[in-house]
Design a protein around this ligand. Structure first.
Ligand code: 2BA
Length: 107
């Protein structure tokens, strides 16, 4: 068994989880926060058989869009002159980890 951990944009989360559920995958959604932008994202956990992993990844990729986000950034010049400028960052579609599950039980 494998565990798919997918970090996706909040705005895509409903579409992605509905598409997975429709194809009989079990999904758990966690509200998470990116360490760089410090804004909310969603982490999906999906435990599934090895032969169903590729289809799950296709579904996740199909419904996760790339977005450009503008974040404020600062630079310091000379002696203590600090200025703020917008920095464009490309986020997503999805950041996906697939890990082996040593043991799976439902009690
Ligand atoms: P954040 O950490 O908020 O990062 C948002 C986006 O900012 C990233 O998009 C990337 O384009 C940029 N970024 C992140 N760290 C950076 C840095 N140190 N310097 C410059 N730019 C940086 P994505 O790569 O698509 O990542 C989206 C979210 O997925 C991340 O949100 C984080 O929550 C998660 N993530 C990405 N890679 C990860 C990893 N290796 N381990 C754990 N979580 C990860």
């Amino acid at each position: 068994m494998k565990l798919i951990i997918a970090i996706i944009n909040k705005e895509d989360s409903q579409e992605v989880s509905q598409a997975l559920t429709k194809e009989k995958y079990s999904v758990t959604k966690l509200a998470t926060q990116g360490g760089f932008l410090m804004s909310g994202n969603i982490t999906l956990m999906c435990g599934t058989q090895e032969d169903k992993v590729e289809r799950a990844l296709e579904i996740i990729k199909e419904h996760s869009k790339q977005r450009k986000e503008i974040v404020p950034s600062t630079a310091t010049y000379g002696i203590g002159v600090t200025t703020s400028f917008p920095l464009e960052v490309t986020v997503g579609g999805a950041t996906i980890f697939v890990v082996d599950v040593e043991r799976f039980e439902k009690a």
